[in-house]
Structure formats: C-alpha cells, structure tokens
Design a protein around this ligand. Structure first.
Ligand SMILES: NC(=O)c1ccc[n+]([C@@H]2O[C@H](COP(=O)([O-])OP(=O)(O)OC[C@H]3O[C@@H](n4cnc5c(N)ncnc54)[C@H](O)[C@@H]3O)[C@@H](O)[C@H]2O)c1
Length: 383
C-alpha cells in the first residue's frame, strides 16, 4: 500500500452516482489508494461516510477546504498526491482551483465546469501550478474507441468527411423525473448544472468523442437547443450541425427525453474511402465498412491478433470477455496514476486535458448563442 498513489476524493457520498464508480475504477488499477475524502456538502455526513469506507477518522474530512489544508501539512510521504472531484458541475472550479493551489494533482469528472468563465479559471490554475489535470470523458477509455482513433489516424477510412454522433437518453422524459431523483434535481437547476442541461451533461461526451476519434477540432456550430418538458429551466434536447477543422461536416444530437433510449451513445465517422461505427451499448463491437465489401467486425482482447498497441495496452479482460464501463474508467485512472508517477514529466494523463475540457465549454457557449440566433452558424471562440 505504501507505494500506491494516495488519492483524496471530493463528492461521491452516500447515495451519489458516479463517486463509487471512480473509487472502484481507481482501485482496479492496483496503483491508487483512497487515503482521504470530503464526500458530502454536509460535514457530519461527509466524516461518517469516510469512516464507513474504511478511512481513518482523522482523514475523513468535513469539507474539501479542511482536507486540502490538513493534508498539505502532513509529511510528504503521507499526504494525498491527487484529488478526484465527483461533485455537481457548479463546484468543479472552486474545488479544482483550491486543490491545485494546495499542491495536489486533479482528476475531475466532466463537464469541466458549469460555465465557460469557471472553466477558464481552472485552466489558469493548471497553468499557474504546473500540476496535472485529467478530465474523465469515460468513453475514451474503451479499447475499441482507442482502436477507432488509431485506425483513423493511420488513414484506414481516408479523409474524414462526415460524422454522425448522438447521445440519447430517456431518464428525464417525464415531468416528474426532475422532482424526486437527487441526480436529476441538480441537473435541471441552472444554478447547479450550469449554462446548459442535456448538452452539457451528455452532449459534451459526444463532442469529446468526435474530437478524440477524428483528431480534428470542431470549429463552428448551427444549433437548436430545446426544452421539451414544459416548466424546465434548461435544455433537455437539442441538435447541432458542425464543421470540423479539415472542412468536414457533422451532426450531434443530445437529448434526455427520448423514450426508450437508455444510454444510446453512437458515433459513425465517414471518410472518403470507408467508415467506422461504435455504439456505447455494444462497446465490444466496432465496425469498419468499405463500399462494395463485407463489414469488418472488431472485438477487444490483447490476443485477438489485429488490434493496435494502444488498444491492446488498455484491454483488461481475455479475448471473448466483455470490456465494460468500469474497465474504461479504470483505464483513465491507470493513465492518470502513471502521469502522477512520472511527474514533473508532462506526457499526458490518459484522460481528456483541460484544453479538451475548455473546447467542450466553448462548444456549449457557441451552441447556446447559435440557438438564440435562429441557429445561425457560430464559431467556437478561440484563445
Ligand atoms: N463521466 C461520466 O460518465 C459521468 C457520469 C455521471 C456523472 N458524471 C459527473 O460527475 C459529477 C457528479 O455527478 P453525480 O451524478 O455523481 O452526482 P450526485 O448528485 O449523485 O453526487 C454528487 C456528490 O457530491 C457531493 N457534494 C456536493 N457538493 C460537495 C462539496 N462541496 N463537497 C463535498 N461533496 C460535495 C454530494 O453530497 C454528493 O455525494 C457531475 O459533474 C457529473 O456530470 C459523469
């Protein structure tokens, strides 16, 4: 245990959704130990939950500020080295900036922040501190998503000319959905979730997947964001046409009101000589198609004999056994742990970078602006 990377967690308390996934994934790496935490906005509940998880009472903190102050005063070989942030979007910036100022590397869940201005605060804090920052866009941890990126980069489908990406869910498709569910309540409140609803919550995953797999940047959008359920204060459905940095076109749909769609993230990338398709609900299948030829179906597995080194490096199960959601998260944590070990070398964290996160926030801002202007083409601000 002494050699493991020591991690503190903020958020992920009793009844939370993603915190437990992060803890399991971090543990699955075999390289990270949860050493401290401030798990809830309620100080008493936070301390009790840390003890329930098996942490020392002295390192089960009431607030993140207390954790950063007390951990920074511990001997270097005892104090936490990094912080995992799994709180609602509105708090990502304050917690990230405080963690970086106290000298801790940060791994944070998406979206980078609730508002672009807060995201820029994080970027400035990363630059000023010189510390590591990783953003967990889960789907980039799947072996076949990495394989898609490798094959597109190697020219297997030619120059990208069109992308179709959609992320559709139904868990907010009824009015009552945002009244009783803890996760839904804050996601439908602009004060907690930020400037966008569905587009920020899941549209940012779709956006990141496009940029990750194609290696291109989305440069402008023509979007319509809608609130389908009357009385909601924020978008729950929308679509954006977009242009990529090589001149290609695409369409991104993100909606949480599509009855029957549970977690339907799907991407199709068309090049001038072939296409690649991957869907999150069947993550162990990737298809490559060429005109006039039978489809090629790819599966994960270190020993299938045809995957790239990059994909093989993140295969966790024997060929023929499924690689899933938690394995994908674990791959992000494994990359982050390696980066912490290698620090101060900066060879990437295996997660999305703060710049990638800023790009998602510029996308949200441009989509909202476009939508307010009759879906006029709107550039993603640079800088
Ligand atoms: N990568 C993914 O696929 C994915 C999936 C789900 C959620 N997320 C992201 O993870 C984050 C959390 O989402 P969730 O659904 O788990 O939310 P949640 O409401 O289930 O959990 C949030 C937790 O944070 C705690 N918290 C809030 N403020 C705090 C503070 N100041 N200090 C300490 N703890 C605090 C809450 O008490 C709660 O335990 C969001 O940013 C969300 O977008 C990402």
């Amino acid at each position: 245990m002494a050699n493991k990377i020591r991690m503190g967690m903020v958020g992920g308390g009793s009844g939370a959704f993603i915190g437990a996934v992060h803890r399991t994934a971090a543990e699955m790496t075999g390289d990270i130990e949860l050493a401290a935490g401030a798990f809830s906005s309620d100080a008493v509940a936070s301390r009790a939950f840390g003890v329930e998880l098996g942490l020392q009472a002295s390192r089960s903190y009431g607030t993140f500020a207390e954790m950063f102050a007390k951990e920074a005063n511990l001997p270097q070989d005892e104090r936490i080295q990094c912080v995992s942030i799994v709180t609602p979007n509105d708090s990502h910036a304050d917690i990230s900036c405080a963690a970086l100022a106290a000298g801790f590397h940060v791994i944070c869940d998406k979206p980078l922040a609730g508002h672009l201005e807060d995201a820029i605060r994080i970027e400035d804090a990363v630059t000023d501190s010189g510390l590591l920052f990783g953003l967990t866009h889960t789907y980039t941890g799947y072996p076949l998503v990495i394989e898609a990126r490798e094959r597109i980069a190697a020219g297997e489908i030619g120059d990208v000319r069109r992308v179709a990406v959609s992320y559709l869910q139904d868990w907010l498709s009824r009015d009552e959905d945002t009244k009783a569910n803890k996760q839904a309540i804050w996601r439908s409140d602009p004060a907690r979730t930020g400037e966008s609803g569905a587009f920020a919550d899941i549209g940012t995953h779709a956006f990141n997947l496009v940029e990750f797999t194609t290696g291109l940047r989305i440069t402008e959008v023509a979007a319509e964001l809608r609130t389908v359920i009357p009385g909601r204060a924020i978008d729950d459905d929308g679509a954006a046409m977009f242009h990529l940095s090589n001149g290609a076109s695409g369409l991104l749909s993100a909606s949480q009101v599509c009855s029957g769609a549970v977690n339907a993230l799907r991407i199709e990338i068309y090049g001038d000589s072939g296409s690649i398709c991957w869907a999150q609900e069947e993550p162990n299948t990737m298809t490559i198609r060429h005109r006039g030829q039978p489809d090629q179906v790819f599966r994960p597995g270190a020993n299938v004999g045809y995957l790239s080194d990059a994909a093989i490096a993140v295969c966790r199960t024997p060929a023929g056994h499924p690689e899933g959601y938690i394995e994908a998260f674990a791959n992000l944590y494994a990359g982050f742990a390696r980066a912490v070990r290698d620090y101060p070398a900066q060879n990437g964290t295996g997660c999305a970078s703060v710049a990638d996160g800023i790009a998602t926030m510029r996308f949200i801002r441009a989509a909202l602006t476009s939508s307010r202007n009759q879906s006029a083409w709107t550039k993603l601000a640079s800088g």
